[in-house]
Design a protein around this ligand. Structure first.
Ligand code: BGC
Length: 482
């Protein structure tokens, strides 16, 4: 072996360490374990494979129309349900000219039993949290418009009417699928009877993210979330939106790309571990793409691979631990921490009750890196499809656009955003994409959509009134002619 190569025979492991680099800085380690690689190989998707995936990802979905807003009201409430936490927010427009927004918010936990309980319990809990928040903000007695960021697949009938198609991300409350969630929220508030809310605007978190980023950068035309779940929305030409009348302008489409692959179109790249994750989830058979990508599932994929490698005696001298064998104990945030440093890996393995050696910790880091990297590259494949679609829609040779992004995986993982961006550049070379991390899209964005909705409602009321006046005038003229 050339100098600098260290061979560890137990795992046929070859470690290459660059002699020139400082051991305590970015020591570049390339770990190649023939047998471990057998299990990791199916996670490594070539550029050609990603191009195929990207070509299969044709956007389709429901969405809501939006325009550049002008603030009408000064105070908004917002509810944000669908991420790691449930939040209640009070958004205030402080200085219209400077586009300044101030926000106060409160996080309310949603206990696991409630996520699996009845819809009535869930909405009563939401209404109770909102009630407490209004008291703490001294807002009781005020009837404020409310932006409801509800980040689950819905069929949006109107701005304040949205039917839940199905729960995702660990929620499974009975009696909500197929129902209008705005109605369920209003009914829960009425049951309490101690406060009221104004008009409601429903938004998906991707739309809120795109809106809030569009506030800073007008060329933001895609909103993307890579957190507990994953999804994206983008601006589509109205002429391509068959469900809505009219050809002019653009409309925001919520792609619900988490459901990509539910028709079997990703079967060739699913690993045995993805199949187990799906089968043991509370919604088997759906949201295939999300289960390969998002924070709700990445930790569990890693755990399953580690258990298998241990069983094959490729890790931890063939031993496991109670924690490692318990589903969902390997949290997705461990992946970020482990990839951040070997010492973190070792601490986490110790906390999981595992007996590790140096090689084990490196192999675990390799597993984490492989699985998070697949996630970033798959997101890039789907995003490249959207960007290319916008470009082709507009007959452009080259598109310059901005993607508003949010989500813990994108924000917190040390390499995720870099890998995603680099892969999109390869898959969509004719698109020059700027990534803008959203500043609270679910709160601010929801308030913005609420403001737009209010303004549009006001405009259409004014129009109706002026139509009425015209009619009156016409009638008067007809009378005079007679
Ligand atoms: C939901 C989407 C949401 C995404 C990110 C998915 O599970 O279906 O509506 O945008 O998670 O929160």
């Amino acid at each position: 072996l050339p100098s600098g190569f260290v061979s560890v025979s137990r795992l046929s492991l070859v470690v290459v360490q660059s002699a020139q680099m400082q051991p305590d800085t970015h020591v570049y380690m390339f770990v190649c374990c023939v047998q471990v690689q057998d299990y990791l190989e199916p996670f490594r998707l070539s550029l050609e494979k990603l191009q195929e995936v990207s070509a299969r990802a044709t956007p389709d979905g429901t969405g809501s129309n939006w325009r550049r807003h002008i603030w009408g009201h000064e105070n908004f409430l917002a509810l944000d349900l669908g991420g790691t936490n449930f939040r209640v927010l009070h958004v205030r427009v402080v200085e219209e000219e400077q586009k300044m927004l101030k926000m106060d918010s409160q996080i309310c936990a949603i206990p696991q039993e409630m996520m699996l309980g009845t819809g009535e319990q869930l909405f009563d809990h939401i209404a109770a949290c909102l009630g407490d928040f209004l008291v703490s903000q001294d807002l009781k007695g005020h009837t404020l418009p409310l932006g409801f960021t509800f980040s689950f697949p819905c069929e949006q009938k109107e701005i304040d009417k949205s039917i839940l198609i199905r729960w995702t991300k660990g929620f499974k409350c009975s009696g909500v699928e197929g129902e209008d969630v705005v109605k369920l929220l209003k009914e829960a508030i009425q049951r309490r009877g101690d406060y009221d809310i104004g008009s409601v605007a429903m938004v998906n978190d991707t739309v809120g993210t795109m809106m809030s980023c569009g506030y800073r950068d007008q060329s933001c035309e895609i909103g993307m979330i890579i957190g507990t779940g994953t999804n994206a929305c983008y601006m589509e030409e109205m002429k391509n939106v068959k469900r809505v009348e009219g050809e002019a302008g653009r409309m925001c489409i919520n792609t619900e790309w988490g459901g990509f692959g539910d028709d079997g179109s990703l079967r060739d790249i699913l690993t045995e571990f993805d199949v187990v994750v799906d089968e043991t989830s509370i919604n088997p058979g759906v949201h295939t793409f999300e289960k390969m990508i998002s924070g709700m599932y990445l930790g569990e994929i890693v755990r399953l691979v580690l258990v298998r490698l241990a069983k094959e005696k490729l890790l931890f001298k063939g031993q496991t631990s109670k924690d490692l064998l318990t589903p969902n104990t390997f949290q997705t945030k461990f992946i970020s921490e482990i990839e951040d440093g070997l010492e973190n890996a070792q601490n986490i393995l110790t906390k999981l009750g595992l007996k590790w050696d140096d090689v084990d910790s490196r192999v675990v880091r390799l597993v984490c890196d492989t699985i998070s990297s697949r996630s970033a590259r798959l997101c890039a494949a789907a995003l490249a499809t959207l960007a290319n679609r916008i470009r082709v829609n507009r007959g452009l040779d080259h598109l310059k656009t901005t993607v508003g992004v949010d989500g813990t995986v994108y924000r917190k993982h040390p390499n995720f955003s870099k890998e995603l961006q680099a892969t999109v550049r390869l898959l969509a070379p004719k698109c020059d994409i700027t990534f803008l991390v959203s500043e609270d899209g679910s709160g601010k964005g929801a308030a913005m959509v609420t403001a737009v909705a209010q303004r549009l409602a006001l405009q259409s009321r004014l129009l109706e009134d002026s139509d009425g006046e015209d009619e009156d005038e016409e009638e008067e003229e007809e009378e005079e002619e007679k």
